[in-house]
Ligand binder design. Structure first.
Ligand code: ADP
Ligand code: MG
Length: 391
């Protein structure tokens, strides 16, 4: 699937700069199987890199300037590496400037390069094309100039670059883009960055994302409120159970025993969090045992929690998951990401994907007047060099 992308990117580079590229880098987007809204609540997440990538072609240009061309936008920019790096008005350039700035600020020495890139990751749909852009640029510069940077540091520098752009993201996106392994999910502790891989063989089921094509503006304000509510809930839990240091130490029974000590809304929020943290571990067990129907049910449970207790869903996402529940060939579905729009992630029995897509498209169009989009995804490798002869 990525062969055409790689070929086009390479051809474009050759035409633009008159040489073959010295390095070709593929940097993937990511999904999160389960573990939603728990990264900032001391929980675990279960992401994976996907087979949709940004392809970059690089060469050194023996100057102190870098030229970068975004093929998909037909836009380019030049940056003088001897001058202070400042935010620009052109958003996409900032992710690259941010990466350059982070490398410079952390003492990595490199010189001018030429780069072109093109992507098949849907942009702005929650598959983290921004992390792919940061990690791919970092990886390419590391490879061109023989810099010693670990995978974890690429993820951390990418995250800092995104903060510099103005998005206060956690570490999951960059971490999964860099650490992905084909057919494996990553159980990641976002706090300590400890992680372990679990085999993700979905056997007879395909992963399909349904893009609701909506983005409700509630996200930022509600996100901040959720964080406050969870902090409040945790302090009440700690008062009653001094041995509990964070949500991951709290059982559902302990929480239920002090339900009347907190207001209803705070209880609902922390009830979701405690159960979701447990679900990530249950999901790993289900994968280890090859029990995909159990995994599917956990996805439905997560959605119920996000919709009714954490209250970060919306009519469009609820309709997609409620409809999925009624389909025998869909064994799991939930909203993926922060909520209030974006995609649902679905496990669909192989062979029925087209039937399901047709049915959902027309239903969704009828009810909301909006086109539903679909992305078939497989779990792929993390950011890496493309070596033509080995493929
Ligand atoms: P997401 O990461 O969920 O896809 P974001 O809004 O975080 O959405 O990041 C998308 C931004 O990343 C785009 O607005 C653009 O600035 C940059 N970007 C992603 N892919 C490309 C691309 N192929 N070409 C140019 N810029 C891109
Ligand atoms: Mg992003």
């Amino acid at each position: 699937m990525n062969d055409i992308l790689i070929q086009n990117t390479t051809n474009f580079f050759c035409e633009k700069f008159g040489n073959e590229p010295q390095k070709i880098v593929l940097s993937p987007g990511r999904i999160n199987i389960i573990g939603e809204h728990v990264d900032y609540n001391d929980g675990y997440v279960l992401p994976a890199a996907i087979d949709k990538v940004i392809c970059f072609a690089f060469e050194k240009n023996n100057t102190k300037k870098s030229k970068i061309f975004a093929i998909d936008l037909n836009e380019e920019f030049e940056v003088d590496l001897t001058q202070p790096i400042l935010l620009s008005d052109v958003v996409w350039t900032n992710y690259i400037l941010g990466v350059i700035k982070q490398l410079q600020d952390n003492g990595f020495a490199f010189e001018g390069f030429n780069c072109v890139f093109s992507s098949n990751i849907p942009v702005g749909s929650g598959l983290s094309s921004s992390a792919a852009l940061e990690c791919g640029t970092l990886f390419g510069i590391k490879e061109l100039f023989d810099l010693t940077i670990s995978k974890v540091d690429i993820a951390l520098l990418g995250q800092k670059a995104e903060h510099w752009v103005g998005i206060n993201c956690g570490i999951m996106d960059q971490f999964s883009s860099v650490h992905g392994i084909e057919d494996k999910v990553i159980k990641l502790d976002c706090k300590t960055l400890e992680f372990e891989y679990h085999n993700a063989n979905f056997s007879d089921y395909a992963l399909v994302l349904f893009d609701s094509n909506v983005k409700h503006s509630l996200f930022t304000s509600e996100y901040n409120t959720r964080r406050e509510e969870c902090e409040k809930g945790l302090s009440i839990i700690k008062n009653h159970f001094p041995e509990i240091k964070s949500f991951r130490d709290c059982t559902e029974n302990q929480l239920l025993s002090i339900q009347d000590k907190m207001d209803k809304t705070v209880f609902k929020r922390v009830h979701y969090v405690v159960k979701e943290i447990a679900r990530v571990t249950q999901a790993c067990e289900a994968l280890d045992n090859g029990n995909i129907t159990v995994l599917g049910q956990l996805l439905f449970d997560t959605h119920d929690g996000l919709s009714n207790e954490y209250e970060v869903s919306c009519a469009e996402l609820d309709m997609l998951v409620d409809t999925a529940k009624k389909e025998d060939v869909i064994i799991g579905s939930r909203l993926m990401g922060g909520g209030f729009g974006g995609c649902t992630i679905n496990l669909i029995k192989k062979g029925y994907e087209n039937e399901v897509k047709n049915k959902f498209s027309s239903l969704y169009l009828d009810i909301f007047g909006i086109e539903l989009k679909f992305y078939d995804v497989k779990i792929g490798n993390g950011t890496s060099l493309y070596k033509p002869n080995t493929k």
